[in-house]
Design a binder for this molecule. Structure first.
Ligand code: AKG
Ligand code: FE2
Length: 310
């Protein structure tokens, strides 16, 4: 049986005339209800910025471990700077993921003491541009989600304004002999509101469909994969699905892989209690208890062995 493709939504349509926009919003919302994922194409993020970000990320990860670990700051709880290979494991898993990563978060863009790799001078300006372009794109997507959900257009944008959104530069080194069962990224759901993933440098991302099949997500340059995180699933009482996904090891190759998930977060004080009208739209029973974003994040980061940011 041929699998249904991942729905594609055009950014141009999302900012287009009313009728075109409404149709694009309907496709986007239905995709997040059914699959929790869609592909954005075309999108407004500069291909040149994406290319340079991958180039600088590759330069950073090629540094010796001793150079990289100077930027590994325990007090940032993995939310800013460098996190070594094997420092994160997915919720409920005992083996760490086969990745190392750098987090650019909102604080690190402006805080005077934030870590940036001195060895790669263009890293900071390039990652800052990428972060800003992804945030602008995310706001259009959040407005579309809010409209689909029957809320004011700025509902989710206002929640994310001032939130500690994170751009993760992830490096999955060539896989040698992993411990049995170790994956580049074990099955997990994203914690945040929505995630934007510019095309990775190699395949491997797979999503778990409702019929229990792993569906590879194949992307080409010029596409952004977008998925629902658990916080938006909470707010929508499960109308938008936060779908389990993973990154499988290359078979049979020794290829490294880089990816750049952009995790859009609400401000810590935001209440993630399912919204009444969306509880009504999903059968009338709240599926998730009231909780603030801060409390939810602290709990979830604890589950993946990462301390929350202080
Ligand atoms: O590397 C990817 O393609 C996805 C990574 C991912 O799902 C995550 O970091 O949450
Ligand atoms: Fe993820």
């Amino acid at each position: 049986m041929t699998r249904p493709p991942i729905p594609v939504v055009s950014y141009a349509d999302l900012i287009g005339p009313t009728a075109v926009r409404q149709e694009a919003i309907a496709t986007l919302g239905q995709a997040l209800e059914d699959l929790g994922f869609f592909i954005l194409e075309p999108h407004p993020v500069s291909p040149e910025v994406v290319r340079r970000a991958y180039q600088d990320a590759a330069k950073f990860f090629a540094l010796p471990d001793a150079a990289k670990t100077q930027y590994s700051l325990p007090q940032h709880g993995g939310q800013g700077g460098f996190s070594n290979f094997g420092s994160e494991q997915a919720k409920g898993h005992t083996l760490p993921d086969l990745k190392e990563f750098w987090h650019v978060n909102r604080h690190s863009l402006t805080a005077p003491d934030s870590p940036w790799p001195q060895e790669v001078p263009s890293f900071r300006p390039v990652m800052t541009r990428l972060y800003e372009q992804l945030m602008a794109c995310a706001e259009v997507l959040l407005a579309a989600c809010s409209d689909y959900l029957g809320q004011p257009s700025d509902w989710l944008v206002a929640m994310a304004s001032g939130g500690n959104t994170v751009l993760r530069l992830a490096h999955y080194p060539p896989v040698g002999q992993p411990a049995a069962g170790s994956l580049r990224a074990a099955p997990h759901e994203d914690i945040n509101l929505i995630t934007l993933l510019c095309e990775a440098t190699a395949p491997g991302l797979e999503i778990l469909t409702q019929d229990g099949q792993w569906l590879p997500i194949k992307t080409t340059p010029g596409q952004i994969v977008v998925d629902t995180g658990d916080m938006l699933q909470n707010l929508t009482n499960g109308l938008f699905r936060s779908t389990t996904h993973r990154v499988v090891n290359p078979q049979p190759s020794n290829q490294a892989r880089l990816s750049m998930p952009f995790f859009v977060h609400p401000r810590p004080e935001i209440d993630l209690t399912p919204v009444d009208s969306l509880v009504d739209r999903t059968g009338g029973m709240p599926q998730f208890p009231p909780i603030t974003a801060a409390a939810y994040l602290a709990r979830r980061l604890g589950e993946i062995q990462v301390e929350p940011v202080g």
